[in-house]
Ligand binder design. Structure first.
Ligand code: F0G
Length: 392
C-alpha cells in the first residue's frame, strides 16, 4: 500500500504557515490536512488528538550535559500515547472503507488507542496482545473502551504474525503501523513540532524505536516539510532501543548494513518496545540514513535512571520513552546543539515500574537488581502531626 500525496503546490510556504496558525481545529493532526490523503469533507474520527506540549526540561538537560533540552510529550494525547495521532487517520480510513472489524497486535498502547477510536467510530475492534506482558493500565484502557482483548501465548512478534494472517480477510482492517494511514497521521507531529519551533528544526530529534513506525513517520514528515519549502533542513533522527531488544541498532552498527537480523528473544522492562522483528525497519532506516542520524542502545539501568530524572522535571513518561534521555546522555552531543526528545507515553501507563523503582525493588528481565539512584521512597509514620513534622 502506498499513499499518493497531494502536494499543495498552489499554496506557498508562508500562506500555509499563516493558515495553520489561525486554524482553530481541536485536532492537532487534521490541522495539517493539506498533507493528509483525504478530501476536505471527510468524516473524521477524532478525540482531539495532537496539540501536545513541547516542554523545556532543565533537570533532564543537566543530566545530559546540555544547556537545553526540549521534550515533545506525546503522552498528552487522549489515550496517553503518540498512537492517537496515527489512529485518528487509520480509523477514519477504516470507516470510509466500510470495514467490519478493525484489529491490531500490540504491546499495549496501540491497543488502547485503537479501542478508543473504534468505539468513537462505532466499529467492532479486536486486539491481540502477548499474555502477561502488557501493563495493567494499557490493558485496562482497551477493556474499558470495549475492545475484544485476545491474549496469546507468545510475544509481540508472534502476535504480529498471527494478525497479519488474519488480515488477509478483506473485511478485517489492520491498523498496525504497516498501515500507511497510521504513518500519515503520525508524520503531522513533525509539522506540529516545526511550527512550535517557528519552523527552525532542532539539530537532533531523538525517539525510542520498537516496531519502528514512529521513526518512519518522523522521517516522512520532515522530508515533506523540506520538499515543500516549510523548513530549510532536516534534524538528525536518532533512534534509541533497549539493549535487550535492539535489532535495528545492530543493523546500524554493522558497517555494511546488508542483513537485518531479528532478535528472537527480545527482553526489556520497557514493555512497549519489547520487539524483535520490527515491521517498518526499512522506512526507519531511510529516516536515519537520510538525515545523518544514528541508532544506539541503552541499558535497563540507564532507562530507569533517565525516567526518574524526567519525572523530577515534573513531566514523567513511561519506561520506553525514557530511552531518549538515556540515549542523549550517551550520544556526546555538543552542549550548545539543539535537541528534542519525543516522549511517547504517559507516566501513568506503567505505574508498577515506577513504584518498584522508588521502593528499590526493580529487577531487570534477568533478575538483576536495578539501582534506584533517584529513589523517592514513601515514608511511613504514625498518624500524628508530630511524627510527620519530624520527617519534614
Ligand atoms: N514508545 C511507546 C510508549 C510505545 O508504545 C511504542 C510502541 C514505541 C515507543 C515504539 O514506537 O513501534 O513506532 O517504533 N508501541 C507499539 C504498541 C508497538 O503496540 O503499542 P514504534
Amino acid at each position: 500500500m502506498d499513499i499518493e500525496r497531494r502536494t499543495p503546490l498552489a499554496i506557498d510556504p508562508d500562506s500555509l504557515r499563516e493558515r495553520w496558525k489561525t486554524r482553530r481545529d481541536r485536532s492537532g493532526v487534521w490541522r495539517f490536512r493539506e498533507f493528509l490523503p483525504f478530501d476536505e469533507d471527510a468524516s473524521v474520527v477524532s478525540l482531539g488528538e495532537g496539540n501536545t506540549p513541547l516542554y523545556d526540561a532543565p533537570r533532564s538537560a543537566d543530566y545530559c550535559r546540555l544547556s537545553q533540552l526540549k521534550l515533545k510529550h506525546q503522552g498528552c494525547n487522549p489515550t496517553g500515547s503518540f498512537k492517537d495521532t496515527g489512529m485518528t487517520v487509520a480509523v477514519t480510513q477504516a470507516r470510509k472503507l466500510g470495514a467490519r472489524l478493525v484489529v491490531c497486535a500490540s504491546t499495549g498502547n496501540t491497543a488502547a488507542s485503537l479501542a478508543a477510536y473504534a468505539a468513537r467510530a462505532d466499529l467492532q475492534c479486536a486486539i491481540i496482545v502477548p499474555a502477561g506482558q502488557v501493563s495493567h493500565a494499557k490493558l485496562a484502557q482497551a477493556l474499558d473502551y470495549g475492545a475484544r482483548v485476545i491474549e496469546i501465548d507468545g510475544n509481540f512478534d508472534a502476535s504480529m504474525n498471527v494478525i497479519r494472517e488474519l488480515a488477509e480477510d478483506e473485511s478485517i482492517y489492520l491498523v498496525n503501523s504497516i498501515n500507511p494511514f497510521r504513518i500519515e497521521g503520525q508524520k503531522t507531529v513533525a509539522f506540529e513540532l516545526a511550527e512550535q519551533l517557528e519552523w527552525r528544526v532542532p539539530d537532533h530529534l531523538v525517539l525510542p524505536g520498537g516496531n519502528l513506525g514512529n521513526s518512519s513517520a518522523f522521517g516522512k514528515g520532515f522530508r515533506e516539510l523540506l520538499s515543500s519549502g516549510l523548513i530549510a533542513r532536516q534534524p538528525k533522527i536518532t533512534v534509541v532501543q533497549a539493549e535487550g531488544a535492539a535489532p535495528f541498532a545492530r543493523f546500524y552498527s554493522d558497517e555494511e548494513h546488508t542483513e537485518f537480523v531479528n532478535e528472537e528473544h527480545p527482553k526489556t522492562l520497557a514493555s512497549a518496545i519489547k520487539i524483535g522483528a520490527p515491521v517498518s525497519w526499512q522506512k526507519a532506516w531511510r529516516a536515519v540514513s537520510e538525515t545523518g542520524g544514528s541508532v544506539i542502545t541503552v541499558t535497563e539501568q540507564e532507562i530507569a535512571d533517565a525516567k526518574a530524572v524526567i519525572g523530577r522535571d515534573g513531566i514523567g513518561c513511561e519506561p520506553a520513552s525514557a530511552t531518549t534521555v538515556a540515549g542523549i546522555r550517551k550520544l556526546g552531543i555538543k552542549e550548545n546543539e539543539s535537541v528534542v526528545a519525543v516522549l511517547t507515553g504517559h507516566v501513568l501507563k506503567d505505574t508498577d515500574y515506577v513504584i518498584k523503582y522508588h521502593n528499590q525493588s526493580l529487577t531487570d528481565p534477568d533478575g538483576r537488581k536495578i539501582e534506584s539512584r533517584f529513589a523517592n521512597s514513601p515514608i511511613r509514620v504514625a498518624a500524628s502531626a508530630d511524627a510527620i513534622r519530624e520527617v519534614l
